[in-house]
Design a protein around this ligand. Sequence first.
Ligand SMILES: NS(=O)(=O)c1ccc2oc(=S)[nH]c2c1
Ligand SMILES: [Zn+2]
Length: 261
Amino acid sequence: GVQRNEAPKAVLHPLWQSPLTIPGGTRQSPINIQWRDSVYDPFLKPLKISYDPTTCLHIWNNGYSFLVEFDDSTDKSIIVGGPLENQYRLKQFHFHWGAINDWGSEHTVDSKFYPAELHLVHWNAVDYPSFEDAVMEGNGLAVIGVFLKLGARHEGLQTLVDALPAVRHKDTVIEFDEFDPSCLIPSCPDYWTYAGSLTTPPLTESVTWIIKKKPIEVDEDQLEAFRTLLFTSDGEEERRMVDNFRPLQPLMNRTVRSSFQ
Ligand SMILES: NS(=O)(=O)c1ccc2oc(=S)[nH]c2c1
Ligand SMILES: [Zn+2]
């Protein structure tokens, strides 16, 4: 047939209807972390985490995931050290998970998927006036990634799981207070770090990723509770909130550093 010179159509992701690849993107996330290619950096400091449970506000189903949001109007809940030049304020944490236990995480380690991944999202309140401004800056955000693996029940997570039925539908919110998210972070200090992006729109290249080497253990019922959430609002045809992870992105000209040998 006659070849018509049509511009290639952007491939849109079924979940986010956003381009799978960002034109000109050089530091997109998530990526596969090839353990043997990561470079030990002896100058990386330990990550210091200090959260104040009274800054916890509510749980919100935003139609992509469920977010536990924090009062980020003060420096009460912050992280400092690690690869970071200054301190970053905790704004929210959320998860990504699969329909089954064989996949669900965004990052992979030696091409292995975990059934889920926790993201604790922090922003650089030293250099920028708001989260919305920081999202647009190369050093604006710091996200701690924690892998979830199938195993023993996680007591700290259970308080969160018990609240999920109240946020089953998109755009529902429930008050949630006195929660200390450091109970979800492994005590092992080892992490990988690399320069990346948000994994959901606007996909901006503003994230210093800090991926904990050790996963936390959760049990089958707790993973199943995530899968009872819905992408859809009350009254719409129900679509289960599962497989809310972005496909792996090319490493391009990046090195993943490790805090451990
Ligand atoms: N999944 S993630 O990269 O941690 C992430 C964190 C914060 C975000 O804020 C908007 S907006 N999209 C986001 C994605
Ligand atoms: Zn995320």
